[in-house]
Design a protein around this ligand. Structure first.
Ligand code: FAD
Ligand code: A2P
Length: 423
């Protein structure tokens, strides 16, 4: 039995409930399951957390990066943290408090070092913390992140809002254009923003912000305008199919031109495209996961017009039917020699059910050719459920050619060439 040193001080890892946007990234990233949540808050279990810092770099808002000095025996319980609407302030410590020796608890791998540990774990056959890279490709442009926060919210004006999917389908996906006017809001393809829906939840607390991927390239939905677009699905049923009215998605899909929207961000410093004329992109998405793929494809299309891009684009896009596939028309108008489009339709009446991973297997030879080029990056965005299937399909493609998947996978991650954004 361990005997607790009286009044031993620890730095307790806590999540700021005012800033957290409940995106689940920390819970997913934590390699030892120290993070959990209820309908109110995301919280850290002091008995499990070892301050490894794996969760800190991926957090889009920085809400995760809070450390309060407390006496170990008085550490905040999960129940305490679930009940908070704001972080407590640090309490004065007793005069006989014993500080932890230097190096204990606080020192841990960070950022790239954590990513390297992950790769080493993968190479040693140990479980890795994430399927994708935690660093961007080497040539990525440098992103601005967290320019606008809970304490400094940006206001954008709706410049357009129209439905992308056919009216007679259950799937209402909207293309929404937000204009920032004179307010600086520089973004890169692959980044996201978060939006505050107006109103309060059942506890009377202001709704937390929801995150949305940017669907337009860095120079604007309309080139050289200070605007960006989003691809938003109206949530009308929960993950179990029970009818529900999603707070933020319904608010966004109902917006009218001229309405004002409260925005924070930009977020994201890893799911970024290479900044090289001869880079290749393999893009794998379902539904609204097409948003960052549209941004990247459009960036490449604009560069191609100036002969500034000559790489290969390969797209695997999953949707129920063509009529429920956002951007179907514009996508089909892109030249065949510019982008290799593979549509995986799961509910088309005239075609067998297909998921993106089925098509990756069918096109394994071409996927492998691209993977062998160090200038190729892979992006996966959309349903959380597709993550395992996509990894399995890539693994099969690599192993089908007699190659070692853990090695290839580890290399893709360490080189910032494989990225996931699923929700
Ligand atoms: P809520 O009121 O939060 O939820 C209502 C109920 O629906 C809850 O039971 C909840 O569990 C369930 N639910 C939540 N989301 C979904 C969903 N997507 N499908 C089915 N049930 C759901 N959404 C987009 O439309 N476009 C994007 O580009 C996009 N990008 C995202 C990027 C990231 C990194 C993350 C983390 C999320 C992204 N989302 C995107 C999802 C978005 O943030 C919201 O979760 C979504 O719009 C639902 O919010 P809501 O307020 O309408 O629903
Ligand atoms: P399904 O017809 O089985 O639901 P949604 O329209 O719900 O956003 O989904 C987009 C597409 O992703 C649909 O074709 C859906 O098929 C498909 N899909 C669902 N689950 C998975 C999965 N685990 N892997 C890949 N695709 C999936």
């Amino acid at each position: 039995m361990t005997v607790e040193t009286p009044n031993r001080v620890i730095k307790q890892h806590l999540i700021d409930p005012e800033i957290c946007i409940r995106c689940n990234t920390c819970e997913e990233t934590c390699p030892i399951d120290a993070i959990t949540h209820d309908s109110n808050n995301y919280v850290v279990d002091v008995d499990i957390c070892n301050s490894c810092m794996a969760c800190v770099p991926p957090c889009p808002t920085g809400a995760i990066d809070n450390w309060l000095r407390v006496v170990a025996t008085d550490a905040y319980s999960l129940e305490d943290q679930f009940s908070w609407s704001e972080l407590p302030t640090e309490q004065e410590l007793p005069a006989d408090a014993v500080e932890a020796p230097a190096g204990e608890a606080a020192e841990a791998p960070q950022g790239v070092a954590a990513a390297e540990d992950d790769v080493n774990a993968e190479l040693e056959g140990l479980p890795s913390t994430a399927a994708g890279a935690s660093i961007p490709p080497w040539s990525a442009a440098h992103p601005y992140i967290n320019l606008y926060t809970h304490k400094n919210v940006a206001t954008a004006t709706v410049a357009g809002n129209y439905r992308l999917t056919d009216e007679d389908t259950d799937n209402a996906i909207h293309h929404i254009v937000l204009d920032f006017g004179e307010l600086p809001f520089p973004v890169l393809e692959g980044q996201s923003i978060a939006i505050f829906p107006p109103g309060t939840d059942e506890q009377g607390r202001a709704y937390h912000a929801r995150q949305y991927s940017i669907a337009s390239p860095r120079d604007g939905e309309r080139p050289n305008y200070n605007n960006l677009s989003l691809t938003v699905k109206r949530v009308t049923s929960d993950y179990d199919g029970k009818p529900v009215r999603g707070v933020c998605s319904n608010y966004l899909c109902d917006l009218q031109k001229g309405d004002k929207v409260k925005v924070i961000g930009p977020f994201g410093n890893t799911f970024l495209m290479p900044n090289l004329a001869h880079s290749n992109l393999i893009m794998i998405c379902t539904g609204t996961g097409s948003a960052p793929m549209r941004a990247m494809t459009e960036r490449c299309r604009r560069l191609t017009k100036n002969k500034a891009f000559n790489g290969k684009l390969m797209l695997f896009f999953g949707a129920r039917t063509e009529r429920e596939l956002p951007y179907f028309g514009p996508l089909m108008n892109l030249p065949k020699d510019f982008i290799d489009i593979n549509l995986a339709l799961s509910r088309a009446s005239d075609k067998p059910k297909r998921y993106v991973q089925d098509l990756i297997r069918e096109r394994a030879a071409e996927v492998l050719d691209l993977l062998d080029d160090a200038n190729t990056c892979i992006y996966v965005c959309g349903l959380k459920g597709m993550e395992t299937g996509v990894i399995e399909a890539l693994k099969d493609a690599v192993e089908g050619a007699g190659r070692n998947w853990p090695e290839v996978h580890a290399q893709l991650k360490s080189q910032g060439r494989l990225h996931f954004e699923t929700y």
